[in-house]
Design a protein around this ligand. Structure first.
Ligand SMILES: Nc1ncnc2c1ncn2[C@@H]1O[C@H](COP(=O)(O)OP(=O)(O)OP(=O)(O)O)[C@@H](O)[C@H]1O
Ligand SMILES: [Mg+2]
Length: 412
């Protein structure tokens, strides 16, 4: 009898492209990418579905491309979710330890986590993720795993991610109509962070910034704990739009110019070269100024990194970022973007591409694939933890996900 294959499909429904990734976990635990499909996104704006029929067609195309490469029939997917409707915050709850004579039990821990997530939300919103951060037992703070510790008072701290019910349902409808079941949703930047952020970075304090087409999504880790997440409604497509308006070009031409010649630093070029667009169908676009192009890009990205910096300062995290920023997503391919981000934040900046998977490396070795690779990595971690907890009587809360592998490893 042949053994059932351990396969997971990640579906990154982005604003500019849909990406499906079929991956298999081999017996030694290695993850191998078997198939990849990408198709331009239609029917999405700022990470949210605005036209179901168009979105369904794009999803079908991306998945069938991936299926054709690996001859595997996809039935279910782990999907990414984002959008300006996403909101997150930290919450805590204190409970008495049920039986102080035996110390803190896992049951106490789950009860405390449950209590911490019981926050009232408006009816049109729901909790997407409950990410346990740390515990305190009496006055001992910052404990990752308090099981067995003596004390009378247990406090749980969690990071809660909430979103609009309708936004998730629209996405579910698209994926279901395309013929696939959604196993789970994962906040896009959490997925991306699994693909590109190293454990040491998570320890010392790192912000993973996924700059997509419609949104910029980030997550801040410190002590390997997810401390903060945010979605900003600004992405690479805003640069294209600014260029189109500022230089009077079609969006398609502006996109070409941005990728081909654009830089995030306007003082990099001395003199002012003239640029030409090759596919000038509507009007011959020559005599375009490189300086002007770079200024437009620099202005918008400067605004973006200032927003990021201000938010991290207001949340009280900025001083604790020991390791710096990791930029990923298609927007991170903008020339000189790391240098600009470094100038504005004063932090070390690197561009993150997926690690820890094999197969089709020549395709997925790009920041554009971070979310999709993270989705399959998440799926396998989740599957192992669920398998491990089977038979032990432990409950696996539906949306328990943590910072990141540590929780999955320790608690299930
Ligand atoms: N070489 C490049 N230089 C500059 N920008 C680029 C380059 N390649 C891609 N981009 C930009 O990256 C953006 C798309 O990134 P990505 O594929 O990560 O987005 P997405 O996942 O579809 O969107 P989102 O995550 O916002 O839903 C576009 O705005 C595109 O113009
Ligand atoms: Mg994306």
């Amino acid at each position: 009898m042949t053994q059932k294959r351990d396969i997971i499909t990640g579906l990154d429904v982005g604003t500019t492209k849909i990406c499906a990734l079929v991956a298999e976990r081999e017996e030694n635990g290695d993850i191998r990418i078997l198939g990849v499909g990408t198709y331009p996104s239609r029917g999405l704006r700022k990470g949210e579905v605005i036209n179901i029929t168009e979105a369904v067609a794009s999803i079908e195309k991306a998945v069938s491309q991936a299926e054709n490469i690996c001859e595997f029939e996809v039935t279910s997917v782990i999907a990414g979710i984002t959008g300006s409707h996403i909101q997150s915050f930290n919450s805590r709850a204190v409970l008495p330890v049920a039986n102080p004579s035996i110390g803190v039990t896992r049951k106490d821990m789950f009860r405390a986590i449950d209590a911490a997530q019981a926050v009232p939300l408006p009816r049109d919103r729901e909790v997407l993720h409950v990410i346990p951060q740390e515990f305190s037992v009496d006055d001992r703070k910052g404990i990752a795993d308090p099981e067995g510790m003596e004390g009378v008072r247990l406090e749980a701290q969690v990071h809660l991610v909430s979103g609009e019910v309708a936004a998730r349902r629209n996405l579910v409808n698209c994926i279901t109509q395309a013929g696939f079941e959604v196993e789970e949703f994962v906040l896009q930047q959490l997925a991306s962070s699994l693909a590109v952020v190293r454990k040491e970075e998570q320890q010392s304090g790192v912000v993973l910034v996924d700059i997509g087409g419609g949104t910029t999504d980030y997550v801040y880790f410190r002590d390997e704990i997810i401390r903060h997440t945010r979605v900003l409604g600004v992405g690479g497509d805003h640069l294209t739009n600014d260029i189109s308006l500022g230089m009077k070009l079609l969006l398609r031409q502006a996109e070409e110019l941005k990728k081909k010649y654009g830089s995030a630093l306007s003082d990099r070029v001395t003199g002012d070269d003239e640029l030409a667009i090759l596919d000038a169908l509507v009007r011959p676009a020559t005599g375009l100024s490189r300086k002007k192009l770079d200024r437009i890009i620099e202005l918008r990205l400067t605004e973006l990194f200032h927003l990021l910096r201000r938010d991290l300062e207001e949340e009280g995290h900025f001083q604790s970022i020991g390791s710096g920023l990791v930029l990923t997503g298609g927007g991170s391919l903008q020339k000189d973007i790391a240098a600009l981000a470094g100038q504005i934040t004063g932090l070390p900046v690197r561009i993150g591409t997926p690690f820890g998977v094999s197969g089709l490396r020549e395709i997925i070795d790009s920041p554009i694939y971070s979310t999709a690779v993270g989705l399959v990595k998440y799926g396998f971690l989740r599957r192992s933890s669920t398998d491990r907890s089977r038979g032990t009587g432990d409950r696996v809360p539906g949306v328990l996900f943590n910072g990141i592998k540590r929780w999955l490893d320790r608690y299930f």
